[in-house]
Design a protein around this ligand. Structure first.
Ligand code: NAP
Ligand code: F7E
Length: 339
């Protein structure tokens, strides 16, 4: 039974990856931070049999301990402050967790394996945010980096540290340069989920409008369930390498709004969207679109969910959640109104 240790198991990708590895027969260990993490029931229900180990990417001894207990064949380093917007306001913390956390995880493996780093295969969650102010379109593995946020800079540090451990210690360490990927499990701070949740609430009469920032930026959005499969495939290769994972399509925030509102029968969304300076970024990444040819050719990977299907899946999920909340509130009101 192969053994995997996942940092960031409580996040969107960690949950999909944990689910997928469990289905493949892996023994799954997850790093859990905080003294009372509210996401434990979610992780335990989606990843049955998961073994949660206390630890934090800012705390090297806890990472060494996790590797010693889990004795993993594969480590997936997904833990990070992953919200670009917050990374300007908490730049130092982002550097510590999203950047230095990668180095600590690599060191934990090196120390726990007594310098035999090739005993453990390591996946680093690199990001298309490293391309930032893009030097070419589409972006591929050879495209130079020009990060535009503290998050992008921290990811670039983690990326090169992963390459360095591969070259210095012979580690089987790979970086997946993943473009935006979304799902019904996406955090509500990210634009896709903010829009799908907002649209669902508008359709049900709970909310009037959505406040957003820049509507012109373009992203290459795929489905998170597809992207964790690419992570796993990278660790099953004969040699470690880095791969771009993307759909090859790009859409603006406006197009996201078109598809999302159309799903609930609203064609003109202009009166439901307010632009708010608070949601603009100090430096924007205007366009991202990846070239996934290498991942397709070498990993046999391909995306299975298109942009419209993805947005509609998220809208339908948010409609169900919001309806459930309305029903619950109505049931509570009925109970209270009884004499
Ligand atoms: P996410 O939902 O924001 O999950 C982030 C995870 O990191 C959570 O489990 C969080 O734990 C954990 N974490 C935060 N601080 C930590 C710390 N100090 N020590 C240990 N764990 C910590 O992110 P995601 O969308 O699943 O993304 C997974 C990874 O891929 C991240 O590294 C992200 O930067 C990267 N990435 C994501 C995308 C994308 O589009 N989704 C694209 C490229 C790269 P808590 O639940 O306890 O907060
Ligand atoms: O922003 C614009 C915003 O926060 C997308 C992370 O998973 O993918 C993600 O980073 C775009 C930007 O994702 C709002 O300015 C407009 O242009 O959903 P996002 P992101 O910054 O692309 C990469 C690949 C990662 O690695 C990250 O971890 O949408 N936008 N108005 C807005 N964005 C947000 N969040 N909120 C708004 O109101």
């Amino acid at each position: 039974m192969p053994r995997a240790l996942i940092t960031g198991i409580t996040g969107q990708d960690g949950l999909y990856l944990g689910e997928m590895l469990t289905a493949k027969g892996y023994e799954v260990f997850g790093l859990l931070r905080g003294q009372s993490n509210p996401k434990v029931p979610t992780v335990e229900s989606l990843v049955p049999g998961v073994q949660l180990l206390e630890g934090d990417l800012t705390d090297l001894p806890s990472l060494i301990g996790a590797v010693e207990i889990a004795q993993p064949d594969e480590v997936y380093n997904l833990g990070a402050i992953s919200f670009v917007g917050v990374s300007w306001r908490q730049a130092e913390l982002t550097g510590e967790i999203t950047g230095m956390g990668v180095l600590r995880m690599l060191e934990a493996i090196r120390i726990a394996t007594g310098n035999e780093m090739d005993k453990v295969r390591f996946y680093q969650a690199s990001s298309s945010e490293m391309f930032g102010k893009v030097r070419e379109v589409p972006q591929r593995e050879s495209t130079p980096f020009h990060p535009r946020s503290p998050y992008g800079v921290a990811k670039t540090f983690g990326h090169y540290m992963t390459v360095n451990y591969r070259e210095s210690y012979g580690a089987f360490a790979v970086s997946g340069i993943l473009f935006n990927h979304e799902s019904p499990r996406r955090g509500i701070e990210f634009v896709t989920r903010k829009v799908t949740r907002g649209v669902a609430r508008i359709a049900l009469g709970v909310q009037e409008s959505i406040s957003l920032g820049n509507l012109e930026s373009r992203r290459d959005w795929g489905f998170a369930g597809d992207y964790v499969d690419a992570m796993w495939r990278m660790l099953q290769q004969d040699t470690p390498d880095d791969y771009v994972v993307a759909t090859g399509e790009t859409h603006s925030i406006r197009e996201l709004l078109d598809v999302a509102f159309a799903r609930v029968g609203i064609d003109d969304w202009s009166r439901h969207v307010v632009q708010d300076p608070r949601f603009f970024r100090p430096a924007e990444v205007d366009i991202l679109v990846g070239d996934p040819t290498k991942a397709m050719d070498k990993l046999g990977w391909k995306p299975t969910v298109g942009f419209q299907e993805l947005v509609e899946m998220m809208i339908d999920n948010d409609l169900a959640i919001e309806r459930e909340q309305i029903d619950r509130a109505e049931r509570a009101a009925t109970r209270l109104s009884r004499p």
